[in-house]
Design a protein around this ligand. Structure first.
Ligand code: PEP
Length: 262
């Protein structure tokens, strides 16, 4: 059966700055973005700076234009967890938190359980979790993409009730298409649409009709030349952008294209 596409009106453009920019550089960059961006109906822009920059940036932010996103969080609410930051401590600073990014899964060995607990912690603390899922190059080669996506979704959302879906965004990021991965390839829309259909179908089978309102983003080597094509894939509600979000002209071009496309 053809998956039912959502009726979500908003398009999400989220920049993941990863471990780049000092606090000063982050502040200058945000200033530049705020000067050049006006609030756009139907487009939600967010940036994910380093943890240490969240608090200072939150003071200079115009939330009507841009919202803040954390790159990671701890699943525990408080306690003796040296070096960790609880979602409860992010409350008031961020609206979104990226969970299960492939760099967390494969560089820092986060398990499915870690990711599931972080998603729950976000929902419990009223912060929208951007749950990243995606197959590696070898999983795709061995025809395992569908199983990997289903497993990551099932496990990441296993503590989530239908009523919590308003606090969930899914980001489909095939690991082989992420620009920082050695030998990365840029995905063509045909590579992506089958996965988007599968994600939408799985969400609907699990949560029913309410799942139609869950935004599904695409991420992986997005830039101003290819973003339009990704945004027109049925079932895609926005983009999670790494490398191109670090360059103001490119990030703003992507936002302008999103405005025209959606
Ligand atoms: C990412 O790491 O989330 C990402 C999408 O990076 P890039 O856009 O650089 O491929």
């Amino acid at each position: 059966m053809q998956p039912c596409y959502n009726k979500i009106m908003k398009t999400y453009i989220v920049g993941n700055w990863k471990m780049n920019f000092t606090i000063g550089e982050s502040s200058i960059y945000l200033h530049k973005l705020l000067k050049r961006i006006s609030p756009i109906k139907g487009i939600q822009i967010a940036v994910a700076p380093s943890l240490i920059a969240l608090q200072p940036l939150s003071l200079q932010l115009d939330r009507k234009k841009i919202k803040l996103c954390a790159q990671n969080c701890c699943a525990k609410d408080f306690g003796a967890y040296t070096g960790e930051t609880a979602v409860a401590q992010l409350r008031g600073l961020v609206d979104y938190c990226i969970v299960g990014h492939s760099e967390r899964r494969y560089v820092f060995n986060e398990t499915d359980k870690d990711i599931r607990d972080k998603v729950s912690a976000c929902v419990r603390n009223n912060i929208t979790a951007i749950l990243c899922i995606g197959e590696t190059e070898s999983e795709r080669t061995f025809g395992e993409t569908a199983d990997v996506l289903r497993d990551q979704l099932t496990s990441g959302l296993s503590d989530i009730a239908k009523e919590d879906l308003g606090k969930i965004i899914i980001a489909y990021e095939p690991v082989w298409a992420i620009s920082s991965v050695k030998g990365a390839r840029v995905a063509v829309p045909d590579d992506i649409s089958a996965s988007i259909d599968l994600i939408r179908k799985h969400l609907k089978d699990t949560f029913g009709k309410d799942a139609e309102n869950v935004p599904v983003l695409y991420g992986g080597s997005v830039n101003p030349s290819n973003c339009g094509a990704y945004l027109t894939i049925p079932g895609v509600n926005g983009l999670l952008i790494g490398g191109s979000s670090l360059i103001a002209d490119q990030f703003i071009d992507i936002i302008d294209i999103a405005k025209r496309v959606k």
